[in-house]
Design a protein around this ligand. Structure first.
Ligand SMILES: C[S@@+](CC[C@H](N)C(=O)[O-])C[C@H]1O[C@@H](n2cnc3c(N)ncnc32)[C@H](O)[C@@H]1O
Length: 221
């Protein structure tokens, strides 16, 4: 039942975040930070399942106008403190992604960093919501683990069906233009929960300025 699922996930993550340490650290995810040249001050950004705020705070420090949500009220409370200490403003909400309202064409940038709590059913809903919420020309920046991560066991959900491959992401986001999509391995040092050799996938994808079929894409300039 959705209500119980919310309470379970919220309780699990509240417990994980119930420490003075930032369990994923306070530095942004390195794949997100690598995309800095693509970002512009004043753009509207959404950090999905943002946890303790390391990525939303970094986006705000780049001058973006940032909204962020997470299911864990403990995580969001820590994120608010992180933002305050950094002297930036982020609009934080406690929400389940399953009930988040994905306003259409709302964001220039959506950061989806390690959101592999979602099983295939929730993932389909989540991916569709993110694509809807991107403005034409907006960027989705996504980082996750590939199935090989099950051998490393250095982070992630440990559930095969929740993991991503590059072909799976390409198919799931067929309506977006892929700017970059790569499976790779790296040493992660993101707090205590993402630590060590990791099998990763990173994707940057752009919502077409004129979605195919609206009749405007073919207009010559
Ligand atoms: C692996 S952590 C990543 C946090 C953050 N994105 C980062 O990179 O630091 C996954 C996050 O998903 C959140 N979460 C789990 N289930 C969720 C749901 N149904 N809706 C929203 N957030 C959820 C957890 O509270 C946790 O903060």
């Amino acid at each position: 039942m959705a209500g119980n699922r919310f309470e379970d996930a919220a309780r699990v993550w509240d417990e994980r975040y119930g420490t003075s340490e930032f369990v994923f650290g306070i530095e942004p995810n390195s794949y997100l930070a690598k995309q800095a040249p693509l970002l512009k001050a004043g753009q509207r950004a959404l950090a999905v399942a943002d946890g303790e705020g390391r990525n939303s705070v970094w986006l705000a420090r780049q001058g973006l106008l940032v909204d962020a949500f997470d299911i864990s009220s403990t995580g969001v409370a820590k994120a608010r403190r992180l933002a305050q200490n950094a002297g930036v403003s982020v609009d934080y909400r406690v929400s389940d992604c399953a009930t988040w309202v994905w306003s259409a064409d709302a964001y220039d940038v959506i950061a989806a960093i390690f959101i592999q709590f979602a099983d295939p059913t929730l993932r389909a809903q989540l991916f569709a919501g993110m694509a809807t919420a991107l403005r034409p020309g907006g960027l989705l920046i996504l980082q996750g683990y590939t199935p090989k991560q099950l051998e490393y066991n250095t982070g992630g959900p440990g559930v095969l069906e929740n993991l991503y491959t590059a072909p799976m992401l390409r198919a799931a986001f067929a309506e977006l233009e892929i700017v970059e999509l790569e499976e790779y391995e790296a040493e992660l040092g993101e707090g205590t929960r993402h630590a060590g050799r990791s099998a990763l996938v990173g994707m940057v994808a752009r919502k077409p300025a004129h979605p195919a079929g609206d009749g405007t894409a073919a207009i010559a300039t």
